[in-house]
Design a protein around this ligand. Sequence first.
Ligand SMILES: Nc1nc2c(ncn2[C@@H]2O[C@H](COP(=O)(O)OP(=O)(O)OP(=O)(O)O)[C@@H](O)[C@H]2O)c(=O)[nH]1
Ligand SMILES: [Mg+2]
Length: 249
Amino acid sequence: MAAPATASARRMKVTILGEGRVGKTSLLQRFAKGTFDEDSKSSISAAMLDLCVISPVNGITKVGLKIWDTAGQEKFRCIAPMYYKDADAVILVYNVTDAKSFSELQFWLDEVREKARENCIVAVAGNQADRVEEEKVSLAEATEFANKNGALFFLTSAKEGMNVNDLFHEVIARKYPEFKSTAPPAELRNVVAGATTMAPVPQSAQQTAVMERAKKPAVEAFDMEGFHRGSVRLKREAFQQNQKKPGCC
Ligand SMILES: Nc1nc2c(ncn2[C@@H]2O[C@H](COP(=O)(O)OP(=O)(O)OP(=O)(O)O)[C@@H](O)[C@H]2O)c(=O)[nH]1
Ligand SMILES: [Mg+2]
């Protein structure tokens, strides 16, 4: 009998790909930390962030994310497959003011189709959407590309925070639809002798949990220290501490 889906069972590896300077690191920084750096330096190799993401809908369902931020410079392309070949999802980023960064998406998509898992979720992010006056890639051609390839599509601005949470949350929900469900997650149902009874937790307890969650940021257990120095592993203390808490991913 399959074990009930628990928070600790919900894990995803997500890899961010795209040309240099399109805003991959900035999108991750915005999502994880809620900040933006005008002087963001080019990434070297790749960096990984462990996050525990909480559902914005029910405030309880948690998903453990390992997000790989790859370097877009040409010289790092050959190592990129290492980071997406076993990914659950990839986010292909282009810069709306740079037509070449958009046309390069076909290269990244072909690579992913060839080397990643067959069921790898693909999302396209048209970043730097705050630079409306300089736009070189139309919304129509970008959505056509995404639709044709069965990909999610978001116009984002890491600078202004536009659609950044939605992008990551939709990617998660493609794998774990319960992430965006208002029903109580499996770990809050009564589990008796290996069988899951469908009785939800008492409403008051559930509401309390939601209210407590609402006071906290949507992302827990991140640590950006060393991130821009291209470190592959970041400190995990906060994440591990959270793991000790019951029900945390
Ligand atoms: N206006 C604007 N600038 C952005 C946005 N996102 C990133 N930038 C800027 O674009 C530049 C490159 O951003 P990064 O996040 O470092 O780009 P990257 O894709 O990680 O680049 P590589 O690591 O070289 O692959 C930086 O100067 C950022 O401040 C955005 O949404 N709007
Ligand atoms: Mg970068």
